[in-house]
Design a protein around this ligand. Structure first.
Ligand SMILES: [Mn+2]
Length: 314
């Protein structure tokens, strides 16, 4: 950890909870992964890489850390996958209720069950934009509904789930899947309009769950289950930027960084991608959103929340 004890080594004045618009919750958990272990080391590798990043973003001409980024205590619960999901759910909701732009850093993908549950309770008409190589639609896997293979089963029941980059699944998941809202990697490879087609499926409020194995293993080898044929960096950025510009992104998580001591570029990619997403959020044209007849002005991620800002409650 840097001398400031802050995200990316930012000056302490930008890391206070009370003045920060952004919160990062690290969840170093890897209890259910089935192949390569090590996603529990993801948050530390991510934070180490973040400290070596230059914090001016050229593309957006911004320094988003000046919005304030509070690095929350890591969630250390490990007793069972269900207990982890509960802890993540509660912590996420706590910070959403303080009107923060909440981001969660995994850890393996099962933690997203908790993050999505919190966002879905706090925001109406929520889309979960699931960017991943895997469908993750199993109801139960190895005896638990909180397994990484089940990450978006609940979201599929309770939100508008839109899946992007999928290239590996079990045939049983076809029964659960809404194929109109699934963008398979092999189709995206030959469809020039896939970004617009995805955006057409999104409601106004969007939560992004980003499994890093959605990216091509040539640029993101350090992940638990690398699958060939993934997204590349600039197309990913172009897509995300369009989503942030056209929709009200209410928060995001990033999961499945499984660091390898001999391969640091994946850690750095994750750190940069995360910072890019923050940069897009806070420089996108987010002054107004049309949601039906209502126009929400300024600070839309909080004003579309079902909850009032109540600092005293916590
Ligand atoms: Mn995956």
């Amino acid at each position: 950890m840097n001398k400031n004890n802050t995200y990316a080594g930012i000056p302490a004045e930008y890391g206070n909870l009370s003045t920060s618009k952004i919160v990062i919750i690290p969840v170093p958990y890897d209890g259910t992964s089935t192949w390569q272990k090590g996603a529990d080391k993801g948050p530390k590798a991510f934070l180490d890489a973040s400290e070596n990043m230059e914090l001016y973003d050229i593309e957006t001409d911004s320094e988003v850390y000046k919005e304030g980024v509070f690095l929350a205590e890591p969630i250390t619960e490990k007793s069972s996958p269900e207990a982890v999901v509960d802890a993540v759910h509660q912590q996420t909701k706590k910070y959403i209720n303080r009107n923060k732009f909440v981001t969660i850093l995994g850890g393996e993908h099962s933690i997203s069950i908790g993050t999505i549950r919190a966002f879905n309770e706090c925001f109406s008409d929520l889309t979960v934009l699931h960017i991943d190589a895997h469908a993750d639609l199993r109801k139960e896997y190895e005896g638990s509904s909180c397994n990484h293979a089940c990450a978006v089963y609940e979201a599929n029941q309770t939100t508008n789930l839109v899946q992007v980059g999928i290239r590996s699944m079990d045939i049983s998941e076809k029964r659960t899947m809404n194929e109109e809202k699934v963008f398979f990697a092999h189709d995206m490879a030959v469809n020039e309009d896939w970004m617009d087609d995805v955006i057409d499926q999104l409601s106004t409020n969007v939560f992004i769950t980003f499994d890093l194995d959605a990216l091509d293993p040539s640029i993101m080898p350090s992940t638990g289950t690398p699958e060939p044929g993934g997204l590349f960096y600039y197309e990913t950025l172009e897509f995300l930027k369009a989503v942030f510009e056209q929709k009200n992104v209410v928060g995001f998580d990033m999961v499945e960084l499984c660091p390898n001591e001999n391969e640091k570029s994946s850690d750095f990619l994750a750190a940069k991608l995360f910072y890019k997403m923050l940069s897009y959020k806070f420089t996108s044209n987010d002054d107004t959103y049309d949601i039906g007849e209502n126009t929400i002005e300024n600070n839309p991620f909080s004003k579309l929340s079902k909850f009032k800002n109540d600092e005293d409650e916590y």
